[in-house]
Design a protein around this ligand. Structure first.
Ligand code: BV8
Length: 236
């Protein structure tokens, strides 16, 4: 028998990594204000100009070297460890900051910047450096078949069945640091509401979908996320 605070699903977006120095997408000076997403984050763009797209991701991958998880990432890892019920963390982010903060029940629904995907043998492997036109797949030995293991627009995000199963069983759904501009992630709050979960938005400012949430709290993630986790664990 689960109590009404047992199963928690959390969705994070670029805002939770902003204070780690990783650019968000739609804020002023965000990634999509500098790069047209149609030219960099679609399979068609990759088909059209693979070097341009590989360079875009190679630069972001290189930029990850000095980035560290901060208090919000650490608070979510603490919640998973200390909460008696299930905590599933679904991130739209392709950085590895949740992994390095210690979150384990974690889904990278838009893929991972530090992984390469071989379009020849379908193998995915850790890849910390540049992916070049002549890079060789460590699994099948094919040259020139590697792409970033990142979900582009028009591609199906990862582990959707697992995510919607968790949303159907959720008692609490928390959305952190996301503008609610991209689907299907932006629709998770609807599924949570339909499941009767208590829904909460923790964000720097109201997102496009703030009105869909039972509760909202605004401020920098490194402040409002540890505060929420501390309060929740203390009440539990
Ligand atoms: C799919 C990886 C279907 C890439 C990303 C027409 C054609 C095709 C598709 C569509 C279409 N129209 C609509 C769609 C669906 C499309 C979509 O939603 N488009 C949008 C633009 C309308 N979605 C898709 O294509 C998805 N796939 O639908 O497939 C399908 C069906 C069957 C078979 C096959 C396929 C795939 C979407 C995934 C795309 N990849 N990421 C990369 O990173 O390069 S998405 C992209 O937006 C980002 O990468 C990020 O992951 C995502 C969401 O952005 P956010 O994380 O929310 O970031 P943002 O900057 O927007 O907001 C930051 C927030 O943080 C702000 O609110 C800010 O206030 C806050 N903040 C800032 N600082 C702080 C803070 N909060 C707290 N503290 C702070 N310090």
């Amino acid at each position: 028998m689960t109590t009404a605070r047992e199963n928690i699903v959390i969705l994070t977006g670029a805002g939770i990594s902003a204070e780690s120095g990783i650019a968000t997408f739609r804020d002023k000076d965000g990634v999509w204000s500098k790069f047209k997403l149609e030219d960099y984050a679609t399979p068609e763009a990759f088909e059209r100009d693979p070097v341009k797209v590989q360079t875009f991701y190679n630069e972001r991958r290189a930029g990850m070297k000095d980035k560290q998880p901060k208090a919000a990432h650490e608070a979510l890892a603490r919640l998973e460890k200390e909460h008696s019920g299930e905590v599933l963390l679904v991130t739209q982010n392709i950085d590895d900051l949740h992994d390095r903060a210690g979150s384990e029940n974690l889904v990278h629904m838009h893929g991972e910047l530090l992984k390469a995907w071989c379009t020849h043998c379908d193998n995915r492997s850790a890849w910390l450096y540049n992916i070049e036109a002549d890079s060789v797949c460590a699994s099948c030995g094919q040259k020139g078949s590697l792409r970033p293991d990142v979900v582009w627009f028009g591609e199906m995000p990862y582990q959707m069945d697992r995510i919607f199963d968790a949303l159907d069983r959720a008692d609490i759904f928390i959305s952190i640091g996301t503008s609610g501009a991209v689907y299907p992630a932006a629709g998770f709050v609807d599924a949570a509401n339909q499941a009767g979960a208590a829904t909460m938005e923790l964000n720097l400012e109201p997102s496009d979908g703030s009105y869909l949430f039972d509760e909202v709290a605004h401020g920098p993630a490194t402040e409002i996320v540890p505060n929420w986790v501390e309060g929740f664990l203390t009440e539990s």
